[in-house]
Design a binder for this molecule. Structure first.
Ligand code: SF4
Length: 336
């Protein structure tokens, strides 16, 4: 780990001001905000992340709340710990898919430390990205190549991949937030702005080191999740190599209403298979207005994976993801 300067900020304004005063390196910001540190500190120990300046935001009190808003939406502070969010009474009743997704990730100890904003900014677990012994990693060192494409890539992505990077986005929580159409609220040097989660994550393309829509020094302050128009069925299903403390091979978040025996307002997102949490628009179209049933679910799964671009070791994910989605849809709509 390289030497770095540590500053504590007591308000978002101070945090943003400190960040704005730190010079920006050519290949990414040299300032990082730290809260739970469950991801950032790991990468700093590995010298994958080498910020010159770390701003501790743990003492900003207003960012650690979950509040129901007058319009029925839920406002989730950036510093809300994953455990607190998963067990929050409003989350459990309004957005059980979010609670299920969070509890399927990491371990209890990690969830007690990890925060909402930190989860949104989780970086890939691609082993070549984490290990400086491998020189080829376009995400870590732009223009250096991709060791995973010719190497081991069983856990890598089949959707949104490019010739430059096939790394999978690791989060479960963000898959649920994608299906719930959350909005991410940011404060930066140019003021405040809101970013729909569908626009937040970037595809790797030719710039895999640019992972999201944040500008250097931007602070995520909170996330809002809109209330559903009616009673919804919600399920998060995660398939993985072992039953706990493991990343998804594939996962599915389903949010849907069943009115008069027909599927309405269907939202589907999947994890473990995309370079970002992946919204399944084609599957949603295939499901909308249909009576729930096996043939409809299989047609939706085919639509969802039709653009998959697997490599040698991860081709099995195509079929696994289809079965995961069919099962999640069945679970969500059984006894609807
Ligand atoms: Fe790096 Fe992406 Fe290739 Fe992994 S898949 S080695 S993160 S460029």
């Amino acid at each position: 780990m390289i030497d770095f300067e540590l500053t504590r900020a007591g308000t978002p304004d101070v945090a943003v001001r400190i960040a704005a005063a730190t010079p920006t390196a050519q290949q990414g910001a040299t300032v990082r905000f730290v809260a739970g540190g469950t991801n950032l500190i790991d990468f700093m120990k590995l010298d994958v992340e080498t910020p010159q300046h770390v701003v501790d935001i743990n003492r900003i009190p207003d960012l650690a709340k979950v509040e129901k808003q007058p319009d029925g939406s839920l406002k989730i502070g950036a510093l809300v710990r994953n455990s607190d969010l998963a067990y929050n009474a409003e989350v459990k009743s309004m957005f059980p898919v979010l609670s299920q997704a969070i509890l399927s990730g990491a371990s209890a100890q990690l969830r007690n430390k990890a925060t909402t904003a930190g989860n949104l900014l989780q970086r890939t677990r691609c082993p070549y990205f984490r290990d400086l012994a491998y020189a080829e990693c376009n995400k870590r060192t732009p223009g250096s190549g991709c060791a995973a494409i010719a190497g081991h890539h069983r856990n890598h992505a089949i959707l949104g991949v490019s010739d430059q990077c096939i790394a999978t986005h690791p989060s479960d929580m963000d898959v649920a937030l994608m299906a719930l159409e959350a909005t991410i609220h940011v404060q930066g040097a140019k003021g405040e702005r809101a970013i729909g989660i569908g626009e937040f994550y970037k595809l790797p393309g030719t710039t895999p080191h640019i992972e999201n829509a944040l500008e250097p020094g931007d602070l995520i302050t909170h996330v809002t999740v809109p209330a559903a128009a009616g009673k919804t069925k919600q399920v998060y299903l995660k398939l993985r190599d072992r039953a706990s403390y493991e990343f998804a091979l594939t996962s599915a978040a389903v949010v849907a209403q069943v009115e008069g025996g027909r599927l309405r307002h269907v939202r589907v997102a999947m994890g473990g298979i995309g370079t970002r949490p992946w919204r399944m628009a084609d599957a949603e179209k295939a499901l909308e207005g249909k009576a729930p049933g096996e043939s409809v679910f299989h047609a939706a799964a085919e639509a969802a994976l039709k653009n998959a671009r697997p490599h040698t070791d991860n081709a099995f994910k195509v079929e696994l993801a289809k079965r995961c989605l069919v099962r999640a849809l069945t679970m969500a709509t059984t006894n609807a």
